[in-house]
Design a protein around this ligand. Sequence first.
Ligand SMILES: Nc1ncnc2c1ncn2[C@@H]1O[C@H](COP(=O)(O)OP(=O)(O)OP(=O)(O)O)[C@@H](O)[C@H]1O
Ligand SMILES: [Mg+2]
Length: 263
Amino acid sequence: MSLLEIRDLRLVYPNGNEVLKQVSLDANAGEIIAIIGRSGAGKSTLLRCINGLERATAGTIMLDGENLTAMDEPQLRRARRYIGFIWQEYNLVNRLPVMTNVLTGRLGYNQGIKSLFGYFDRADRDIAMRNLERVNLLHRATQRADQLSGGEKQRVSIARAVTQQPKIILADEPVASLDPQLSLQVMSDLARVAREDKVLTLINIHQVNLVHQFADRVIGLAQGRIVFDGPARDLDEAVMSRVYRFDKAEEKLIESAGHRVVI
Ligand SMILES: Nc1ncnc2c1ncn2[C@@H]1O[C@H](COP(=O)(O)OP(=O)(O)OP(=O)(O)O)[C@@H](O)[C@H]1O
Ligand SMILES: [Mg+2]
């Protein structure tokens, strides 16, 4: 049994848009997997299906033996405790201190009155502090989140995600808002903590150089299907053109608009 088992996942949005078609994959603890594909290929939708923000139209998603696709909302909320999410736009609570933002990673473990009053016990605080230290931001602990730079915000959200002690981390274009140097630092922090904690990590990403540097495995999505799944070292020109190729119908459309764009 693999930690994550996705079988024949299909997602049709209410407007009839079939965005994922027969997606199947197996992944294990400690793997760092880059998901690449053109804009609209279904990368974000895939991550949103795994954390239950979108409900699969068909197929199953099993995480550590639990069928996420068969869960009701309360069950899903409990399961999300083990699913860390990192967003392109950080999703921090701006007016709260950095430390409190990281501590929200423990909320799933502290239901009820304690968390309502923002009370976290010593063990939770120790976990959060240690993780803030791992991304070299302990000196920012008491600062408001909105006083940080983009790169620092993303490192706080990495600390928050690992503070959940998750089974899986899902990162949706975590460095898309950052310049190349900060992207490198954020990816290096993410990959390091994920490897140290042996957390399965799926990262939607467009920067191929970072894929080569930090991912073990690459999944290429094109029009809602997996068209490549293999080690990052096999990501070459041929694979790239398979993943990023133009759809014939779309190509025609662009030509008929009077110009042809190749990206
Ligand atoms: N709520 C929705 N309802 C209908 N269609 C949607 C919805 N959300 C996304 N889509 C469509 O589904 C397709 C896949 O979207 P998705 O966001 O998963 O792509 P992506 O691979 O993450 O793209 P990008 O690289 O631009 O982030 C797109 O055509 C998008 O317009
Ligand atoms: Mg996306």
